[in-house]
Design a protein around this ligand. Sequence first.
Ligand code: NAD
Ligand code: TYD
Length: 360
Amino acid sequence: MTHAERQPRRLLVTGGAGFIGSNFTRYWCDRYPGDRVVVLDALTYAGNLANLEGLAETGNFRFVRGDIGDRALVDTLFAEEQIDTVAHFAAESHVDRSILEPDAFVRTNVVGTFTLLEAFRHHLANRSDANRCRFLHVSTDEVYGSLAPDDPPFSETTPYAPNSPYSASKAGSDHLARAYYHTYNLPTVITNCSNNYGPYHFPEKLIPLMCINILLGKPLPVYGDGQNVRDWLYVGDHCRALDTVIHRGQLGETYNIGGNNEVKNIDLVRTICRLMDEMAPDLPVKPSENLITFVKDRPGHDRRYAIDSTKLQTSLGWQPSVTVEEGLRKTVRWYLDDEDWWKPLLSEEYQSYYAQVYGE
Ligand code: NAD
Ligand code: TYD
């Protein structure tokens, strides 16, 4: 199908004011300007309207503040906007917060996803074109648990073994999305992606936290021995993968998404230090590596994640395009240039969270 032959879609993007959701919304509005894009976001601590700045001026975009668990609101939006495609990002997403306060994770990730699925099921009952509609459920590789050093990477058939309240709540939502396909024929597709990084990443996560702490001359807290491994994917590559899955993914299927970029945490932090030393005009502490501090490990800390995305690559032709070195360079540049974006996020709420996790 060429771009010109494509029938416009009407999207509901949940969690579109968060990190990946806002990158996806920007990507989509830019690539498909004829599509209607409605963002539904509760604007929790992680949601930020600044992430969507500039989009309101494009006629096809609408922002609605609200909770995915509010059935009446979701029903109204589906009907009023004649939504045919849901891109579901809204979630509580940070493992450390799920350890401190798991309640919201069950409420939003499990019950909220259930509410959306139910509302979409009823909405589609009234439509004659249900087979071109889509419910994209965006999930994580963390549902598969932890790998030993020599284990093969996670594939779509790896059994679920979540270890944190965050990953357990995402696993629950994945099972619901799958069940709605098998039971009700709801056109769901599930993606499980590895760790993302890039612009608009909230400061509590590893990469932005390190960038910002280097700029502020604060300690760089590395959990445990720093040997945990994550498989990093640049957020723009994730957005392209989701575009591919929405348009060409098989209904009821799961696709793993990853960059083939396994890196130990300590090596990643050292790379960020090197790039900051090279790219920042002046830093409070140099070399930045002097700020690295090993701190108490996270409870239940998964040792290694690695994703096998062969299925997506061979069946749908997606490939990651950004190497870790390139992606980190772009990301460091973004945090250097966009101080006005991240400074307001270091709020009282953030400081109090920070003190709980890292101590005073
Ligand atoms: P994020 O925390 O940056 O953003 C989440 C967004 O959801 C925020 O804007 C928040 O306001 C909104 N939200 C939270 N609860 C809500 C509710 N009840 N109703 C409406 N909106 C609500 O998260 P992210 O990193 O952008 O992750 C997006 C999705 O991708 C999540 O489902 C996450 O599990 C998944 N994922 C993330 C990664 C990653 O590395 N960040 C990797 C794989 C998958
Ligand atoms: P994070 O960005 O929280 O993502 P996730 O836990 O979902 O993988 O953390 C990435 C890795 O970095 C993880 O192994 C935990 C580690 N980490 C630290 O060592 N120090 C930190 O301050 C943070 C936030 C994470």
